[in-house]
Design a protein around this ligand. Structure first.
Ligand code: ADP
Length: 552
């Protein structure tokens, strides 16, 4: 059966019932139909005190995705089976990859959050609200220029782009305002995918509505001819933009196939944005459950690094265990086995590709949090391969647990759950990667050498000029959000395994003062993806009764 067929075969609990089990009454939620709800904040119920946080991350992914969401959901279901009070906190999917190539973000097999069609398509409208808020700001900027440009915005230096939650390469660079004086002032513009937008990052980092509005007010939309930054506050529209996000800021409650509560909220990509679900979602999960299981996007070099260096300081809670998901096939691919042959046993390629997992284990260990490896089992994996991987991890003092949640749901992660239940109780001392006082280049240097395993950072002329300006503007001590390919530890997607002595190329910076970080653009990273030759949309259909098929 496909993921969607499995999801459609299971009877869901009414969302009011799921909420009730968490101690949430009728007034605490706003149902969106029968199976989804927004959670009203602040919570009225007294917060739980145990507050154990488990972060799920992975090795560098192959194009298929390594099953992080699947393992996150399956591990949550295993805790649920063990009668633990657990809440899962995931990101919400972007429509772009759902119609493109990656697939959804609701897990797979018997480890899924449901209703999967709704979550993967329009869900509770958060993405649309963000898109509308983003483009309202864009329209207000152009209108300000049209109406006399009191702030003296240089239309060649506007950095606020329009957004759409669709992979549409034709919109990457556009010209607007053509057609004469009444149609606006012509200028170059472009679209980013909504999940790469600063508003998405802001939504995911805001602590409440007040913080949301303050952050929106701090957004730099462009510069004057004298290169003085202009903010949303200068435009006096922060209130309007925040008002458009009134509902989107509330976390969404759904359930897994096994009725484990799951909060699915916020969805930045980890390669072009910060890759973690919202602080409010994680916070709410921590308040409602004894154990919160959350994931960060792509590999540990991207999602987990940003979770630990960008999200943790806002969340004010460090993980109690980091679970690194690895698959035999991805490690073999990292070890040089061709994609088409991954179903065949290959112990040598596995041994070689292990370098990638070893690298991620070591880089996560330096944060001072216990690390566990989850081997996400695929049907083609052989016992000899699993045993070899378990032993290789053992040599590093790391427990690797065979996990079969795709086929068995929570029952396939009971061993993993038992291991994690022990490690979360271990004493630990969280060690941040860098100090807030260090400057941008020092931070980038630390990330590149300590997390990626690189040797040098090369800055383009544009990046160097930007660094000089940022220093004058007092922005040179902000956290860094690296935009880098997910496929390699380096900025070259083809360099698999654990490359050494490589150089990371910083092409430019994008200041995101509302989010509170500076994005460093490396390699050839695009903030508006395109569609592949065979987009997933070609396989999706709906019948006369509204039943959707082919969504994976
Ligand atoms: P990630 O979160 O790493 O992107 P997902 O959990 O979304 O990955 O899984 C990506 C796809 O791989 C999903 O369609 C899922 O059904 C499939 N998948 C995950 N784990 C397995 C497995 N063990 N066996 C078969 N398919 C799997």
């Amino acid at each position: 059966m496909t993921d969607i067929e499995i999801a459609q075969s299971v009877k869901m609990d009414k969302i009011t019932k799921v909420a009730e089990r968490l101690g949430l009454g009728e007034d605490d939620i706003e149902p969106y139909g029968s199976y989804k709800a927004k959670i009203n904040l602040p919570l009225k119920a007294k917060p739980q005190t145990k507050r154990k946080l488990i972060l799920v991350t992975s090795i560098n992914p192959t194009p298929a995705g390594e099953g992080k969401s699947t393992v996150t959901v399956g591990l949550g279901d295993a805790f649920h089976l063990l009668h633990k009070k657990v809440v899962i906190a995931l990101r919400e999917p972007s429509l772009g990859p759902v119609m493109g190539m990656k697939g959804g973000a609701t897990g797979g097999g018997y480890a899924q959050v449901v209703p999967m069609e709704d979550i993967n398509l329009h869900f509770t409208g958060d993405m649309h609200a963000l898109t509308a808020a983003n483009n309202t700001l864009a329209a207000l900027i152009d209108n300000h220029i049209q109406q006399g440009n009191e702030l003296e915005i240089d239309q060649r230096r506007i950095v606020w782009k329009r957004t759409l939650d669709i992979n549409d390469r034709a919109l990457r660079k556009i010209v607007i305002g053509l057609g004469g004086p009444v149609q606006g002032v012509p200028r170059e513009d472009g679209f980013d995918i909504t999940v790469a937008s600063e508003l998405m990052a802001i939504l995911c980092l805001a602590k409440d509505l007040h913080d949301l509005k303050e952050r929106i007010n701090r957004i730099v939309i462009g510069y004057t001819r004298e290169r003085q930054p202009i903010t949303v506050k200068d435009l006096q529209v922060g209130g309007a933009i925040a008002a458009l996000l009134k509902e989107a800021i509330k976390p969404n409650l759904v359930q897994t196939l096994a009725h484990t509560p799951a909060i699915v909220h916020g969805g930045p990509f980890a390669n072009i944005a910060h890759g973690c679900n919202s602080v409010l979602a994680t916070q709410t999960a921590l308040d409602l459950g004894d154990y919160t299981i959350t994931e960060a996007g792509f590999g540990a070099d991207l999602g987990a690094e940003k979770f630990l260096d960008i999200k943790v300081p806002v969340l004010q809670k460090t993980p109690d265990t980091i679970v690194i998901v690895a698959t035999i096939k991805a490690l073999k691919l990292n070890g040089g086995q061709p994609l088409a042959e991954l179903a065949t046993e290959n112990l040598a390629a596995l041994a070689h590709g292990f370098a990638n997992l070893e690298h991620h284990i070591n880089s996560m260990k330096r944060y001072g949090v216990p690390v566990v490896v989850a081997i996400n089992r695929f049907t083609q994996d052989t016992q000899a391969e699993i045993d070899q991987l378990v032993q290789a991890c053992q040599k590093l003092g790391i427990e690797a647990v065979d996990t079969d949640v795709w086929a068995k749901g929570g029952a396939g992660a009971l061993d993993l759950a038992q291991t994690v239940l022990q490690t979360v109780e271990e004493s630990k001392e969280f060690t941040p990667l860098y100090t807030p006082e260090s400057n941008l280049t020092e931070k980038i240097d630390t990330i590149v050498t300590k997390i990626y395993g690189g040797a040098h950072v090369d800055y383009s002329k544009k990046a160097l000029n930007q660094l000089r300006r940022f220093k004058k503007l007092g922005w040179d001590k902000l956290p860094v959000c690296m935009a880098k390919t997910q496929y390699s530890l380096s900025d070259d997607a083809k360099l698999l395994g654990a490359p050494q002595d490589f150089t990371i190329h910083v092409k430019s910076f994008v200041p995101k003062l509302g989010a509170g970080f500076i994005v460093a653009m490396t390699g050839n990273i695009l903030t508006m993806p395109g569609l592949p030759k065979h987009p997933a949309a070609l396989d999706i259909d709906i019948d006369d009764n509204g039943k959707i098929s082919g969504l994976f």
